[in-house]
Design a protein around this ligand. Structure first.
Ligand SMILES: Nc1ccn([C@@H]2O[C@H](COP(=O)(O)OP(=O)(O)OP(=O)(O)O)[C@@H](O)[C@H]2O)c(=O)n1
Ligand SMILES: C[C@](O)(CO)[C@H](O)COP(=O)(O)O
Length: 249
């Protein structure tokens, strides 16, 4: 166990309270398994793999909070890492806010990491932490896009949608997690998100942008993809199999 009064502590908040509607019927997505291990456990291990992270706050589906606590109580993690489990909210923003509320005062740097990105490599986590420690208030890992992206005028159902614009692809990035923040900035952004100005933001960095604060991008990683639909489970298990074959992970 680490000393909760230690200065400049870095914590990871893992929102894991989603249902996983796009995955189809079944248990909440974070509790479904990859190679027999819950997605959430992979995500907690991924955060705890960083030497910088000494606290992981898991935001669990409210009805599963007790079982998630039991699940994580048995997990073997580095001695430096404490784990807290709190019940989540109606949407991702609310779940992140509940995770932030649980942080001790000693935490100055916060990572917010989707449980749904269980395979993010530790080098990506460390790169985000380093950028925050070097002075950035908000840092996102991201990758260039492979597809061309069209902006459309959304229509009803499957009706053809008129194209409004084609943004220049070389200027676009697909954003991943963990997103890293100076704690005060993130708390301010989530406070502001309670107002209508926070509606529609799909990530924490978007809330910081709405404050007018700078957000910077560092290189993301292919293996930090979001497990969203059934095919993503197949890809995730293939990544795990490759890791096992390569280095006995
Ligand atoms: N009320 C919610 C909704 C989402 N999340 C978390 O936010 C992350 C990103 O969300 P997403 O991948 O969309 O997960 P779900 O909301 O579960 O997926 P879906 O939209 O398909 O239901 C996930 O780790 C999810 O558990 C959360 O903590 N609380
Ligand atoms: C935070 C995020 O993973 C960045 O790409 C993404 O915006 C989450 O979106 P979701 O619809 O909640 O999965």
């Amino acid at each position: 166990m680490t000393d909760a009064s230690q200065p400049s502590r870095t914590a990871a908040v893992i929102p894991a309270a989603g249902r996983g509607v796009r995955m189809g019927p079944g248990a909440p997505k974070a509790l479904r398994t990859l190679n027999g291990t819950p997605i959430l456990v992979h995500a907690v291990r991924a955060m705890a793999a960083s030497n910088a992270v000494t606290l992981v706050v898991v935001v669990a589906p409210p009805e599963d909070t007790a079982s998630v606590r039991n699940l994580l109580a048995d997990l073997v993690l580095p001695d430096r890492t404490d784990v807290l489990v709190v019940p989540g909210g109606e949407n991702r923003q609310e779940s992140v806010r509940l995770g932030l509320d649980a942080l001790p005062e000693s935490v100055t740097t916060v990572l917010v990491h989707d449980a749904a990105r269980p395979l993010v490599p530790v080098d990506t986590v460390d790169a985000v932490v380093e950028a925050v420690r070097d002075g950035a208030r908000a840092v996102v890992p991201a990758l260039p896009l492979a597809d061309t992206v069209k902006e459309v005028e959304p229509g009803p159902g499957n009706a053809p949608e008129p194209v409004v614009a084609t943004p220049e692809r070389s200027r676009l990035r697909a954003v991943q997690t963990p997103q890293g923040f100076d704690r005060a900035t993130l708390v301010r952004a989530h406070g502001a998100s309670r107002s209508p100005s926070g509606e529609g933001a799909t990530d924490c960095a978007g809330l910081v942008e709405r404050l007018g604060e700078p957000v910077v991008v560092v290189p993301g990683h292919e293996e930090a993809f979001k497990v969203t639909r059934p095919l993503d489970l197949v890809l995730a298990e293939a990544v795990l199999a490759r890791r096992r074959a390569n280095d006995g992970f």
